[in-house]
Design a protein around this ligand. Structure first.
Ligand code: ITT
Length: 196
């Protein structure tokens, strides 16, 4: 069965195809290319639903969308839903993480806790919608290291590890990340509501 994935982020498409595609071979995950909705929700879940609803309405097919980001304890959860444009629209991943490192430069090691959050919305037009979530806890590094992954991976040290998420092998990250956890929670939703 075909399901459209509403995202512009090729890294997300790769992780969806690798992880979810392997677990649910019945699904054919196709990238959504239609008009973009305004992402004006105030939570990850709302923004994921806005993106998935737009794709489902435009295509008439079941749709999924991922809204994710990094939440820093000492910043009361920021950047949160603003993670993709923390340093300003279109400034990019390096500017975003440099700004974040600056903002916590004076924070001692024991107060550098953070979490990656991933919310995945599933919408079957006119029939069903729900959101699955996953959270991955860790701490903010002092500087960027590693070249795997994307976004904030080079400055996020997952709990239980002493290297950044960008120094993990992709398979390691894909086994334990916020997105991996959200996939665990979204699989039953897909099995019950999307896969015939
Ligand atoms: P779409 O909205 O088109 O899906 P986006 O990249 O703009 O793509 P978000 O609004 O959900 O997506 O922003 C997510 C940001 O959070 C993204 O730009 C990354 O910087 C960060 N992020 C999300 N997942 C991540 C991960 O697994 N590793 C590192 N950074 C991540």
């Amino acid at each position: 069965i075909r399901i459209v994935l509403a995202t512009h982020n090729q890294h997300k498409v790769d992780e969806f195809q690798k992880i979810l595609g392997a677990r649910l071979p019945e699904l054919e995950i196709v990238k959504y290319t239609g008009p973009e909705p305004v992402e004006d929700g105030v939570t990850f879940a709302e923004n994921a639903l806005i993106k998935a609803r737009a794709a489902a309405e435009f295509t008439g097919l079941p749709a999924m969308a991922d809204d994710s980001g990094i939440c820093v304890d000492v910043l009361n959860g920021a950047p949160g839903i603003f993670s993709a444009r923390w340093a300003g629209h279109g400034k990019g991943d390096v500017a975003n993480r440099d700004l974040l490192l600056d903002q916590v430069a004076d924070i001692h090691d024991e107060h550098r806790g953070a979490a990656f959050a991933c919310h995945i919305a599933v919408v079957v037009p006119g029939v069903f919608e729900d959101v699955a979530a996953g959270l991955w806890r860790g701490t903010l590094a002092r500087s960027a290291s590693g070249t795997n992954g994307f976004g904030y991976d080079p400055i996020f040290v997952p709990n239980g590890h002493d290297v950044s998420a960008a120094e993990l092998e992709p398979e390691q990250k894909n086994a334990i990340s916020h997105r991996a956890l959200a996939f665990e929670n979204v699989i039953p939703l897909l099995r019950m509501n999307v896969i015939p």
